[in-house]
Design a protein around this ligand. Structure first.
Ligand code: FES
Ligand code: FES
Length: 160
């Protein structure tokens, strides 16, 4: 079945086998391995992408429901020169990274939050990443990184 959708701002058409998830399409068919496979049952958030402005777990999103959707993956949020954007830089600056496996999903959850709420409180940031598990680092650094990015963007210093 051919599905047409927008992927990281590019019109995309892909042949979708039956009962395939978006995660499998991204990683296996499109070579976009930035989106991570973790639990693959919708529990860890490692596979989080943005669909029509909302965070979605791609491991449980049926690929045959993609028709007409606007999908953004971690590959689509980098700065124009392919360098890390301001939120990604902030994770580095605040020590909010170790193995990095959770980070693409965390970044996507953070981007959705900041798109909807430019000045989130710390409890709002915690709620936004509550579905995203990290087994390496304290969540404090992650909240710090998102909060600092919100402040920079509010001052017009963001590089998203
Ligand atoms: S891999 Fe999708 S939620 Fe864990
Ligand atoms: S940095 Fe390793 S799981 Fe989060």
């Amino acid at each position: 079945m051919k599905i047409s959708f927008t992927l990281n701002s590019n019109a995309t058409k892909v042949d979708v086998p039956p009962k395939t998830t978006l995660l499998k399409i991204l990683r296996n068919e499109m070579g976009l391995t930035g989106t991570k496979a973790g639990c693959e049952i919708g529990s860890c958030g490692a596979c989080t992408v943005i669909i029509n402005g909302e965070k979605k777990k791609s491991c449980i999103f049926p690929a045959d429901k993609l028709e007409g959707c606007d999908v953004t993956t971690i590959e689509g949020v980098s700065a124009p020169d392919n360098k890390p954007n301001d939120l990604q830089e902030s994770f580095l600056e605040h020590g909010a990274t170790q193995c990095g496996y959770c980070l693409p999903g965390m970044i996507m959850a953070g981007e959705v939050l900041l798109a909807k709420n430019a000045t989130p409180s710390r409890p709002e940031i915690k709620e936004a990443i509550a579905d995203n598990l990290c087994r390496c680092i304290g969540y404090i650094q992650i909240v710090d990184a998102i909060e600092a990015t919100a402040e920079k963007r509010a001052k017009g210093k963001g590089a998203a």
